[in-house]
Structures are given as structure tokens and as C-alpha cells.
Design a protein around this ligand. Structure first.
Ligand code: PMP
Ligand code: GLN
Length: 382
């Protein structure tokens, strides 16, 4: 958790967001929408506050939200978790990740992630004392090499973390990839932790929850979050579901992290999860248009674009502009052209960082006019 010089590190999201604010730059770094989600959910949270729902929620989360999570999983995926024993509500996906990793892994264990990996996995594996091993996702489609994936597993592999759809690359893993991960997790007796916070944000391919695959359910903990699906990232409502004994283990840690949080937001999100099909498909379609606008703008600015199949993010290669160090560029970009982006190497260990050294991640969950303006500014890099 220390910076390269031994100082206390801040996350890359905080660092870049601070730089963006300092230089008045368009912030395509940290992934948060610049418009609120459904207004009726906002009103429900306000009504819940006005009605006095302002004290601690139960440690497991409000029963109404746990029930809504179960119904949502049944409606979309045919899964039937028990709201009493197989679901807990967390303070965002972040706390669910922390609870699962800290409760189930420790010194002597290995935890495998794909690389690039979302930053909190690395930090939590570090805190747990386990060894963090990685399997590379390779451009242009950011899929793992299935022929060699088993080389990343060992008898010490206690957990494999999948993030699908994948931040930062925008990859959406097909059934063949997920099935192979499940096969190897069974062979090496590893728990699967699957972070599916972008489950509804795919642009073409169908999202396949790992827990629906044969043999997976009894070793899989699934995480999601209202932040992405409903564009309320600041509410920090997330959840974790899976077999009762794994959920109970995660809860032992969760109760000492925050115990519980966000009572009025929890009841609003319960209503959100019951929204009709059109809301979910509409959100993805709107985001797909934004993706296309930013992709076009980045290409016009001379960058090579990897078109994502899901998430809020697009990866662009700066080497076409003669730039080889995207991390150095990201630190100067807000001042240089008035746009902020996240360097992909920060989501990697050293070898992966070399492989991705010229990649920048841009968030496109922003108003279309702002994306066009950002592209115009980036064009001045040429
Ligand atoms: N996992 C992934 C892959 C994410 O991208 C994020 C944040 N965008 C999180 C977890 C954290 O989600 P939350 O804000 O709900 O804690
Ligand atoms: N998940 C968000 C992203 O990838 C950032 C959340 C945070 O700042 N920790 O941009």
C-alpha cells in the first residue's frame, strides 16, 4: 500500500481526480457518471430519510434489499439465493471485495487475478498476507490464453478473482473462458470471487454470471454494486452472494469493517432492482452511444482504440503518437491538454506494466458534448 518511494500511497483515482480539478481538466479518469441515475430512486432515498429510516441497517443489510437482490438474480439469471443466508449488503462492491479476500485468504495462500486488475484486489490481497499471482489478458481483445492458464494455478491457489465485464479493459468474457476458470478452480479447489459490478453494462455480448455455470455455484461468491447499474456511485450500495458458509465467512470481516451502512439508500436500491427490463437495456444502449463517440474522437486524435464490449471504459494506445510511457503522460495530461485519464500500467505488476506501458484508460460515462470536447482537446497532442 506504499508508493514507489515508500510514502503512503493514494489511489490512482484520487491522484488523477485531484490533478484534473487543479487544472480544470475534463475528468475521464475515475469512473463515475456526470448525470444522476433514475430520479425516482433519488426521491425514494429522500422519502426514506424524511420517514426516519436513518439508523443502522441490520448487519446483513435491509431484508427488502436482500430480497430484491434475490429476485433480480432469479429474473435475469435463474439463480435463487436465499436472502437470509446467501446474500449480504455491503458498503459498495469495495467492502464486499475486502470482506471476501480478508476472510478467506491469508499467508501461505495464493490469490490469482487476471492482469490488468482492479486496484482494490491487489491492495486487499496485500493486506491478507497472501501472494498475488496473475494471468495476463492480451490485446487486442484482452482475453487470457486458455492453453496456458493452468500454469497460473498451483496447489496453494486459494482464490481466483474474475472481474467480468472487466475494468480496465472493457473485455466481456465468453462462456469458454469462464468455463475454463471454473474447471481449474475445481481442479485446484479454489474459491471463485467474481466481481460483476458492470453486469448490465455490455454492448452486444450477453453477460454470463459465473455462478450459473455447471459446478461453479458451490464455490463462487458473486459481487455487484448499485453504483454502476443505477449511476449512483456515491451511495456505495453493493452486495455479495453465494453459498451460505462462504457468505458467513465474509460477514465475519464485514461486521468489523463498517457493520452496516446507507439505510435510506438501501431501500431506494431495492426499488431500483425491480425496475422494468427497458431501464436496464436503455442504460446500456445510452452508454454504447457514448462509447462510440469517444472511440471516434480518440481515433481522430491519432490514438489506437481497443473497442470495449462492456463497462464505462475504453483503452487507447498512445504509441501511435510516439509516446511510450502512458503513466508519465497521464500525470501531465490534465495540464497539457485539459483532459484526465488513468494509465493502465497502474493495474499491473511490473511485467504487465511493461506490456501495457503505452495504454490509457478513458471513462465514457459522461455527457456526449463533453466527450466530443475532450476529443478535440486530445487532438492537440498530435
Ligand atoms: N469493482 C470494479 C471492477 C470497479 O470498477 C469498481 C468501481 N468502479 C468497484 C469494484 C467498486 O465499486 P463500489 O463503488 O460499489 O465500491
Ligand atoms: N471503480 C472506479 C474506477 O475504476 C473508481 C473507484 C474509486 O475511486 N475507488 O474508475
Amino acid at each position: 500500500l506504499l508508493g514507489p518511494d515508500g510514502s503512503l500511497g493514494v489511489t490512482i483515482f484520487e491522484e488523477i481526480t485531484t490533478l484534473a480539478a487543479r487544472h480544470g481538466a475534463i475528468n475521464l479518469g475515475q469512473g463515475f457518471p456526470d448525470e444522476d441515475g433514475p430520479a425516482e430512486l433519488g426521491r425514494m432515498a429522500q422519502d426514506a430519510i424524511a420517514a426516519g429510516h436513518n439508523q443502522y441497517a441490520p448487519g446483513k443489510g435491509l431484508l427488502s434489499l436482500r430480497t430484491a437482490v434475490a429476485e433480480h438474480q432469479e429474473r435475469f439469471y435463474g439463480l435463487t439465493p436465499d436472502p437470509e443466508t446467501e446474500i449480504i449488503i455491503s458498503t459498495g462492491a469495495t467492502e464486499a471485495i475486502a470482506s471476501a479476500v480478508l476472510s478467506l485468504t491469508g499467508p501461505g495462500d495464493e490469490v490469482l487475478t487476471f492482469e490488468p486488475f482492479y486496484d482494490s484486489y491487489g491492495a486487499m490481497i496485500g493486506l491478507s498476507g497472501a501472494r498475488h499471482t496473475t494471468a495476463a489478458l492480451l490485446a487486442p481483445d484482452f482475453m487470457p490464453d486458455l492453453a496456458t492458464l493452468e500454469d497460473s494455478f498451483s496447489p496453494r491457489t486459494k482464490m481466483v478473482i474474475i472481474n467480468n465485464p472487466h475494468n480496465p479493459t472493457g473485455a466481456v468474457f465468453p462462456e469458454a473462458v469462464l468455463t475454463e476458470v471454473v474447471r481449474l478452480a475445481i481442479k485446484y479447489d479454489a474459491v471463485i470471487l467474481t466481481d460483476e459490478v458492470y453486469e448490465h453494462l455490455t454492448f452486444g455480448p450477453r453477460h454470463i454470471p459465473v455462478a450459473t455455470l455447471p459446478g461453479a455455484a458451490d464455490r463462487t461468491l458473486t459481487i455487484s454494486s448499485a453504483g454502476k447499474t443505477f449511476s449512483y456511485t456515491g451511495w456505495k450500495v453493493g452486495w455479495l452472494s453465494g453459498p451460505a458458509e462462504l457468505v458467513a465467512a465474509a460477514r465475519t470481516v464485514k461486521q468489523f469493517l463498517t457493520y452496516s451502512s446507507g439505510t435510506p439508500f438501501q431501500s431506494a436500491i431495492a426499488a431500483g432492482l425491480r425496475m422494468d427490463e427497458q431501464f436496464f437495456t436503455g442504460a446500456a444502449a445510452t452508454l454504447a452511444r457514448k462509447r462510440d463517440i469517444l472511440a471516434e474522437g480518440l481515433r481522430a486524435a491519432g490514438l489506437d482504440v481497443y473497442l470495449p464490449q462492456g463497462t464505462y471504459f475504453i483503452n487507447a494506445d498512445t504509441s501511435a503518437l510516439g509516446i511510450t510511457d502512458a503513466t508519465a503522460l497521464a500525470r501531465r495530461l490534465p495540464e497539457l491538454v485539459g483532459v484526465a485519464a488513468i494509465p493502465v500500467p497502474v493495474f499491473c505488476h511490473p511485467e504487465g506494466a511493461r506490456r501495457t506501458r503505452s495504454l490509457l484508460r478513458f471513462a465514457f460515462c459522461k455527457k456526449e458534448a463533453l466527450l466530443e470536447q475532450a476529443a478535440e482537446r486530445l487532438a492537440t497532442l498530435k
